[in-house]
Design a protein around this ligand. Sequence first.
Ligand code: NAD
Length: 441
Amino acid sequence: MKKISVAGTGYVGLVTGVCMAENGHNVTCVDIDEQKVQMMRDGRSPIYETGLEALMVKNIEAGRLHFTTDYQSAYKDAEAVFIGVGTPEREDGSANLSYLATVARQVAESIKNDCLVVVKSTVPVGTNDKVEQFIKDFLIKDVRVEIASNPEFLAQGSAVKDTLEADRIVIGTETEWAEKILTDIYEPFGLPIVSVNRKSAEMIKYASNDFLALKISYMNDIANLCELVGADVQDVARGMSFDDRIGSKFLNAGIGYGGSCFPKDTKALEYIARQNGYELKTVKAAIDVNNQQKSMLYKKASKRLITFSGLKVAVLGLTFKPGTDDLREAPSLENIPMLLSEGADIYAYDPVGAENFAKVHPEGKHGNGSITYVSNPEHALEDANVCFIFTEWGEIKEVSPQKFADLMRTPLVYDGRNIHPVKEMVEASVEYYSVGRPSTV
Ligand code: NAD
């Protein structure tokens, strides 16, 4: 078993650290955020992920999982350092690598033994060559250090399962030494390993994410056309899904993808292409469709209502998808400011995301509008003039068509996740608009 350190305890870093410990390795997780580190030492996960906290506590108690802000002691004798810090997008779409560079320098100035540095963060093709040189330039001891690329494919909401039962583990290395260390680390996971060179590994990550983003945008494009010609996108998707070449996943139309990965990874690859004098037309189209899709429901509702001013607007769901407390690039973040600026009185419900949302939009007055956070969907719907559904949480799916009719002042619903069969909403006398399906009027 190996002595491993992990830099960054976000969705990727913490899940990696916990799952490495679960597979028998001795793991120290490092973060710069002291509050987070203290929470984790107390056995509490700073992020919401199914099963994560229980596994964390189990491995802390087994003595295999530690947390610290003291990077020097964590890196100095680690056999491998995994890096899972953020690589957010810059204004121009390129990836901001400053967090990665900081960790690289900290590793270089700390290690006293030979060490494999494994980059899990999503980085532009060729970055790891530069990181290796950067670390070598700053080394204070004459030790062997190499970089491996090991992109992460977990999805938020099912991150632990995705890691322990991953479809594949991609490792990108340039020497047998690095390949052997990384293969040994993953050996106890018992999963298929795809071993390629570093640049191919970096590209596999972008090509996979952007393909999924493309699939979503394609279905959203088809959904918009379905509305115009009177077809039903859910039936269309069902008909497509039986074809093995297409598959049944990622065929749901909606108000667009969000989260920390698809939006930035599409823009990053498009940027990389542009830097290389190539126009990546397909990915560019996926980005354009997604931008248009996010405000589509708002535009539909604006046409139907004269104004949102003074209306009680129920919002069900704030996070970018169910199963996570993450709000990054969530459609709610685009729609709620528009509703507030129009003077809407918003009553928002989300089973886990409200606290994070309130940090960006605190409860209370915002110009002529206001926002109030409520603890159940019913409270949001009571006496509401209109309802927007942004996230398909189980708790939100359970709100029956009849409830909308019974609780709302005017049962007018804009559903960005196609939760309810149109027929059932019609039967309950709800005026219902969704994505790519016939409306009730
Ligand atoms: P995150 O923002 O949730 O977490 C990053 C963490 O790194 C934070 O806790 C931050 O405090 C910490 N950090 C910053 N500088 C540090 C330093 N010098 N030392 C130690 N810790 C430091 O990020 P994330 O969502 O986990 O994403 C990390 C990377 O993984 C990104 O490149 C992302 O594209 C990629 N990725 C993310 C997902 C996902 O679903 N979130 C999936 C696959 C890949």
